[in-house]
Design a protein around this ligand. Sequence first.
Ligand SMILES: Nc1nc2c(ncn2[C@@H]2O[C@H](COP(=O)(O)OP(=O)(O)OP(=O)(O)O)[C@@H](O)[C@H]2O)c(=O)[nH]1
Ligand SMILES: [Mg+2]
Length: 381
Amino acid sequence: MKVLMLGLGQAGSKIADLFLADDRKSHVPHTFEAIAINTATSDLMGLQHIPQEDRILLGETIVKGHGVGADNRKAAEIAEEESEIILNRVSKFDTSNIDAFIVVGGLGGGTGSGTISVVCKQLKKIYDEPIYAIGILPAETEGDIYTLNAARSLKALLPNCDATILVDNGAFLRSGESVREAYERINTEVVKRIGVLCRAGEARSRKDVGEMVVDAAEVINTMKAGGICSIGYASEIIEREGFFTSLFRRRQYQIGKASRIISVTKRAVKGRLLLPCEYRTAHKALIVIAGPPDQLDRNGISKAREWLENNISGTEVRGGDYPLPKSSYVGCVVLLAGISNAPRVKAMLERAKMVQQKVTEGPHKEKDLQFLLGDIENLQL
Ligand SMILES: Nc1nc2c(ncn2[C@@H]2O[C@H](COP(=O)(O)OP(=O)(O)OP(=O)(O)O)[C@@H](O)[C@H]2O)c(=O)[nH]1
Ligand SMILES: [Mg+2]
């Protein structure tokens, strides 16, 4: 699958940079191309892999390269004003070859939060390819303004893109750890999981072609469920048996492979999802089993699909394999699309409404914050 990624604000451009770093390691042909967009010069300078000409500084005459300081309205206005600059840069890529756009940003800050829905909307006007968003939700500890920003940003985003993968910064925090300390780990999880989904169908050599290939169409059809999506991952190390032992235990060994695939799938779904949610409420799903070719048992993959089909609200579960000859793990990535119950999102919206009320009724000082508020009353999820 060929993806053009647009990384917005600091979180977004750092994650897009990491996708490019991972993609350029060894994978040929490339899956990802990336553009970084920010209102802060210093954040753009800190990137390592996105070429200079694909780093766009917005709002230079307004904020002088210093960022918008969590004012997501200002960021949205700047993106509307300067959308030509973004679209021009996008058109420099061979867009006829692209299967999807992915736009990524932190929803709690200013730049990523304000520009994400505007960028999706502008792309949608011009391109027929699907536009997906990755939205980073602030952890609860990040404060009221970030919660408000994220609620407003999500409300603007959902109708302007084809589906939104949410990532909850709070879900990945270890006890006593700050959000900042967890960034690297969270970003790596995002890149690993989405990287597998997007790369699974890309054959690199003849022996790496899967028997049950997950191509771009499988991902796109799953994402057609729309709305909010989450992604799970789990893996298991393979204990290699000696040749003679495995000959004697051939049948048992086959069963072992199939049951490993089923158990790793269950763990992926029930373990730490990018957005904690009730997986049973997903409308569609996609499973990718990655690992050495001799471990990718067809029967196991079918059984894992069947199990998930019986356990989500919809009936469409796609699945396939992703051969990684040198791997010593069997891993499973599960995409859950069209989730209708995400308590984390509900809690965030409830808190945003309370903050909005507090600010509106509060003393004069808090009223200064009113420019940050929008109407979040009607956000239906
Ligand atoms: N997972 C993850 N979250 C991040 C990272 N950097 C920032 N964030 C989160 O993203 C949200 C927005 O922060 P930034 O990306 O710094 O904000 P911005 O879009 O640059 O906006 P302004 O700086 O206000 O213009 C916050 O909730 C941060 O905690 C990162 O590398 N990884
Ligand atoms: Mg910033």
